[in-house]
Design a protein around this ligand. Sequence first.
Ligand SMILES: [Zn+2]
Length: 318
Amino acid sequence: MRPLIALIPLLALFAVACSDKSEGAPAETAAPVTSPTVSDSSADRPGVTPATGGGPTGSATGPAEHDGQRALAHVVELSKEPRVSGTPAEARAATYIADQFRSSGYIVEVMEFEFEGDRFRAGEVTFDGQTIEALTLAGSPGGKVSAPAVFVGLADGEGIAGRDLTGKMAVAERGVLNFGVKYENVRVAGAVGLVVVNNRPGSFSGNLATGARIPVVAVSQEDGAAVVEAAKAGREIGLEAPPTVGLTKALNVIAKPAAGSRCAILVGGHFDTVPSAPGANDNASGTANVIELARALAVDGLDEGVCFGAFGAEESGL
Ligand SMILES: [Zn+2]
């Protein structure tokens, strides 16, 4: 058990921060998750390793301590493609991770679970004869609306300034208020849709409370500047949000020293990514170190009660 002491400071590192949660937090729908099942059904999905599938296929070799080069090799392997929950790429990554754990002698369970997975719904915004990409906020209904736009600042009282937004498209800046509050403020004022413009480079997604009644999409800061200009001029802006997707499936990969072990310590990190990014840092790096620690700790025998996990759907809102 000696190496476990050294493990503790490392644990904090693996919980790689996904910094985009704060604004959505109060309104963040605690995405309903069905009870995880150890999935024989995962075999139904192409590329998914069936659940426990018998005993380990190897035993750990190499130094009995963490080896950065070995961890780096896992980062390189995992970050060849984005690993969005519910995609074949996620299943490929889960298979890779499961194989690594098994080769170190662990019993591996690939657990499939369902969650409300619409955080990465594409959408679009149309104005001045051009169409730009958007992301539909989780909890937004689908829909297609077009209306004269009003720029409402942060969508707070000052930004809305008592205006009647009936029949209008609201355009707001991201920041200060969480998305659910921005949504509610413009909806109460009568808006038919809301476009939230990022306040830093790139695009983003976030969560509304469930039951939102007007569509809400997010656009990047780069594209959003022109959207804000169009709104300030009161020009027509259209938005389109696709229908909700309902439940999405995702995978957890759990390595245990023996079948049925109780996990007194669970060393884990998420392995899924946002779309379009191979996620070498967030969070192949954490996953790779979980795999490597599992190997290093197994070299002189598996530790009772010490389990390792790679989790899905973190970036999708869990
Ligand atoms: Zn992350």
